[in-house]
Design a binder for this molecule. Structure first.
Ligand SMILES: Nc1ncnc2c1ncn2[C@@H]1O[C@H](COP(=O)(O)OP(=O)(O)OP(=O)(O)O)[C@@H](O)[C@H]1O
Ligand SMILES: [Mg+2]
Length: 458
């Protein structure tokens, strides 16, 4: 195979050169030259038109295109299936990102084994660990699946050969930062290597109908290392996250061409591997201390599933200078906004108070429906009055102190009823039009002040 020529082009202005330069002569920007393979092909081809691209396609009317449902491969893990929008789509390219040591290899090895036991052929390419190391992990996870092939390789051409000999249904690449394309001279993990390798893998996957999982490292800032572009190229981007000191791990979809995003799957890391958690609300509420000031339970939607989570606030007088606002699991700007609403509309004097907010269990909540619960927990800690331990609070807060409607109220209330809560405080606008489950009282409120009246009694 003849070596293809590469060129360096500036990512800002498109200036091309045969050698790498620190400063682009075209636009003067620094460190913007990236190596690319020079494509001498006659026409520019779409990345996944692949081998059949010589046949020119004509535009078709949308009514004439046959609709087919995506063939999916179901894994044994319901959590994993749900995050992917109902199973792995054949021919799709999925990127899984996560902090070092969070359990990406474990998750994928376990999933591969489950599929291999179910009659699918899986090829696990390990660029970071030897086959012996992978075997050690497999032993710990109690994996014995004859249809699971393991290959320690980093050269993309050899990987491509391995794929054509094994002919798998699923390929796992652990990780993209270690794989290199021999036509590109840059080091593995560089922007051009990652991009070229992903493009090649995408072509292989799309033309042969093989689902490919790519592991990507996460940078210090929390983005998947390598170009942001990687996230655009793939069909699905999943993040595997969790706090190092907690055993719970959350698999979250941030982009999915075959299903809803914001779905999350919860797993627990155990000696024997990752175990799925099917009742997350119970786990998140497990360690809750009843009757403590500042603690409030909120019913939040994670994709299509309601989860009950405990919010904790600690408000204490500022000792020096500017008051501190710290929040884990919720956006701190939202906390500042709600504190301003409480100050102006409810009359709580919070400006010389430090505020710390925390979502228990290491979950991240980012929907507006948690606003009211944030307000109640702050007020509860500030006044040192505990809210009712059997209450759940839901609602969005507006700048005038009004409580606004939230989506999917019925599911949230059902989840609260299921876990034995006695009362739900919801926006008044959400009352009516749905059936209240048995054994739970629903209270509609239209302002934050009214919500505080009910929960804290004044
Ligand atoms: N014997 C063990 N008992 C319990 N947990 C273990 C054991 N060995 C490893 N682990 C867990 O598995 C994690 C490592 O998992 P894994 O290697 O899958 O992570 P990774 O995300 O692939 O890491 P990397 O970024 O290094 O590839 C450890 O951080 C630890 O939590
Ligand atoms: Mg790993």
């Amino acid at each position: 195979m003849s070596k293809k020529k590469t060129k360096f082009s500036c990512q800002h202005c498109g200036y091309e050169s045969a050698k790498w330069m620190g400063k682009c002569p075209g636009c003067g920007s620094w460190n913007s030259m990236v190596e690319e393979i020079e494509d001498k092909g006659s026409s520019r081809r779409g990345a996944f038109s692949g081998a059949t691209s010589t046949k020119r396609q004509q535009p078709e009317s949308i009514t004439q295109i046959k609709s087919t449902t995506e063939p999916r491969i179901y894994t044994k893990s319901l959590e994993f299936n749900r995050v992917l929008g109902g199973g792995i789509v054949r021919g799709s390219l999925v990127l899984i990102g996560g902090d070092p040591g969070i359990g990406k290899s474990t998750l994928l090895l376990q999933t591969s084994a489950q599929l291999a036991m179910n009659g699918q052929k899986v090829l696990y390419i390990s660029g970071e660990e030897s086959t012996k190391q992978t075997k050690l992990r497999a032993d710990r996870l109690d994996i014995t699946a004859a249809e699971l092939y393991v290959h320690a390789e980093t050269n993309l051409e050899l990987i491509s050969d391995a794929i054509s000999t094994v002919k798998p249904d699923l390929v796992v690449i652990d990780s993209i930062q270690t794989i290199y394309h021999s036509d590109v001279t840059s080091a593995p993990g560089s922007v051009s290597q990652v991009r070229e390798c992903t493009a090649e893998l995408m072509r292989i996957g799309k033309t042969n109908g093989i689902a490919i999982f790519i592991v990507g490292h996460v940078t210090k800032e929390g983005a998947i290392a390598g170009p942001r572009l990687l996230e655009h190229m793939v069909d699905t981007v999943l993040y595997f996250e969790g706090e190092r000191h907690h055993t719970y791990r959350i698999l979250r979809a941030v982009k999915n061409r075959f299903g809803s995003t914001n779905e999350m799957g919860i797993f627990e890391m155990k000696e024997s591997g990752l175990e799925e958690v099917l009742n997350p609300s119970e786990i998140f509420l497990e360690e809750r201390s009843q009757g403590a000031a500042g603690s409030v339970v909120v019913a939040s939607m994670e994709g299509t599933r309601p989860v009950l989570v405990e919010l904790q606030a600690l408000i204490s007088p500022t000792s020096f200078g500017n008051p501190r606002r710290m929040a884990t699991g919720v956006d701190h700007n939202r906390v500042s906004l709600i504190m301003a609403v409480l100050e102006k509309r409810v009359g709580l004097l919070l400006q010389n108070q430090d505020a710390y907010l925390k979502v228990a269990g290491g979950v991240k909540l980012d929907e507006p429906a948690i606003d009211l619960a944030v307000a109640v927990s702050i007020a509860s800690s500030f006044r040192d009055v505990s809210s009712n331990a059997t209450d759940v609070v839901v609602g969005e807060v507006g700048l005038t102190g009004e409580v606004r409607r939230v989506s999917r109220i019925e599911q949230r209330v059902q989840e609260a009823a299921k876990l034995g809560f006695k009362r739900v405080i919801i926006p008044e606008k959400n009352l009516g039009g749905w059936t209240v489950p048995e054994g739970i009282e629903v209270v509609g409120v239209s302002t934050v002040a009214e919500a505080l009246q009910y929960t804290l009694g004044g």
